[in-house]
Unconditional design. Structure first.
Length: 276
């Protein structure tokens, strides 16, 4: 994790949001989910920046952005994205969102009226019900978990994030995921973001999905145990003209497990629409 640094800073209502950009070309914005950070998008960023100017950031309450007490729910993240897009002076970028990042992209499009050239959703939190059993449990008992000793907390986080993958994650990947959630502030931030998760933020826009006319690609890990495949199929049915692709031998964390396949699907999808 020590090698992953976001070099730029943006002030969102007095709270710091860290971001960066890489590459040259059409703008593409990548948005991570929970409990991840832009670190988990690094493979996609590296490859996609060969063709696009890739913008990426850590959501409020995550990674290198402000993790102090405050609103880190889905209800604020679309406003963060909306403000960043204005700050970056981007018009019609391609948007790529994984997990909560998918919900954030959809909310920015439907509620903030942000226009995107293409929408790419990777195992997004978009259709109720959602959340792993552990996620829902912590949502109810935040205080009890926040009081765990540090070494037990770290073991819990390690075990939890591993369940997002179909196959064991490497130590360097695990360290990069867990590191921001360690220490007293990191521990509190970890359980805060779970406690503030609420399906009302996806319910608020789910009925609006049929209004989406932007070309949309939906990618799903076949072995996703956090958000089962049928949620992806339902989302596909709700967004007119969307393209649905299932990636084998991958769970919810396909951005770590099958990054090359994810990148190829994104490039193929974008190329198809550039030539039509």
């Amino acid at each position: 994790m020590s090698n992953w640094k976001l070099s730029e800073s943006y002030d969102f209502d007095g709270r710091e949001v860290r971001y960066d950009r890489l590459g040259e070309g059409q703008p593409m914005v990548l948005v991570h989910g929970t409990p991840w950070s832009s670190f988990n998008l690094r493979h996609l960023i590296q490859q996609l920046s060969n063709k696009y100017t890739v913008y990426f950031f850590d959501l409020l309450g995550y990674g290198q952005s402000c993790t102090a007490e405050g609103d880190v729910s889905l209800g604020v993240q679309n406003n963060v994205l909306d403000s960043l897009l204005t700050h970056w002076e981007l018009e019609d970028p391609i948007i790529v969102g994984h997990d909560f990042g998918g919900a954030t992209a959809l909310r920015a499009h439907l509620l903030n009226e942000q226009s995107f050239k293409k929408i790419i959703l990777i195992d997004p939190v978009a259709v109720s019900p959602w959340g792993s059993p552990f996620f829902r449990h912590v949502n109810k008992y935040e205080a009890a978990f926040s009081g765990l000793p540090d070494h037990i907390h770290e073991a819990v986080v390690r075990s939890y994030v591993q369940t997002a993958a179909f196959k064991p994650l490497g130590e360097a990947t695990l360290e990069g995921i867990v590191s921001p959630w360690t220490g007293e502030q990191g521990k509190t931030a970890f359980y805060r973001q779970m406690a503030q998760a609420d399906s009302k933020y996806t319910d608020e826009v789910q009925s609006l999905y049929p209004q989406i006319t932007t070309p949309t690609l939906i990618l799903w890990g076949r072995e996703d145990s956090w958000i089962p495949l049928d949620r992806g199929e339902k989302l596909h049915g709700l967004i007119p003209g969307s393209v649905f692709r299932v990636i084998d031998d991958a769970g919810h964390l396909i951005i770590e497990e099958k990054p090359d396949k994810v990148v190829q699907e994104i490039l193929d999808f974008c190329a198809d629409f550039e030539t039509t």
